[in-house]
Design a binder for this molecule. Sequence first.
Ligand code: ADP
Ligand code: ADP
Length: 225
Amino acid sequence: VPVLFLHGVERHYQQGDATLNILNGAELAIWAGQSVALVAPSGAGKSTLLHIAGLLEHPDHGEVYIDGRATAILPDSERTRIRRNEIGFVYQFHRLLPEFSALENVIMPQMIRGLSKSEAAKRATELLGYLGLKNRLTHRPAELSGGEQQRVAIARAVANAPRILLADEPTGNLDVHTAEHVFNALHQLVRASGLATIIATHNMELAARMDRRVTLQEGKVVEME
Ligand code: ADP
Ligand code: ADP
């Protein structure tokens, strides 16, 4: 079964008298180890799709299956558990905790999950090292470059070894060179860990290097090429 399967997903927003059919029967299946670029103009519904896939929002209709398991009927506590342990998020703006170091930002989700501080610190150190941040462990976000901040955010997203990684324009705030650097780090990690990944991006060059490219048309997911 696919790791992530969106089936018949609908999301409609009311805007005055008009109804926006942002998602209108969206279908998307992603298998372990597959990276999918979601390429669509602003306002097309990329964030909405990622929020629904990440169990942050419920669709109006349709279902999100994770490892074949329907999630709509699960209690909020179980949806939260899945979100914490099986799904990682990366945003356009890093959303790191500003008063904590890079290391602490990556330790925290693991401790929330129940790991000891020493176990969490070991994995955080390994991950940050893998992402080229060995010499940035004690820096706070404000002391890091934009690219470094995003790499810390990536480390945090995968700290609990999720099955799914959802990234919403993770390089959208970076210059071309830094975007390339951050994308390479992300891509290498995805390859190495067999994550099922969706990256929403406007960058066609980066999208071209992923396994699949999809777009949104009239609320449906359409494969590109
Ligand atoms: P994208 O990520 O592709 O830019 P979004 O998913 O953020 O698109 O938004 C899709 C559309 O839905 C936009 O037109 C946006 O204005 C609208 N929208 C998003 N969230 C809401 C909301 N909570 N209420 C009403 N309209 C919304
Ligand atoms: P990256 O390609 O990883 O984004 P940059 O080329 O942007 O790295 O930055 C190179 C170095 O300059 C970084 O290692 C960082 O330590 C330092 N640096 C960049 N911006 C800042 C900043 N705003 N505050 C402190 N150091 C910075």
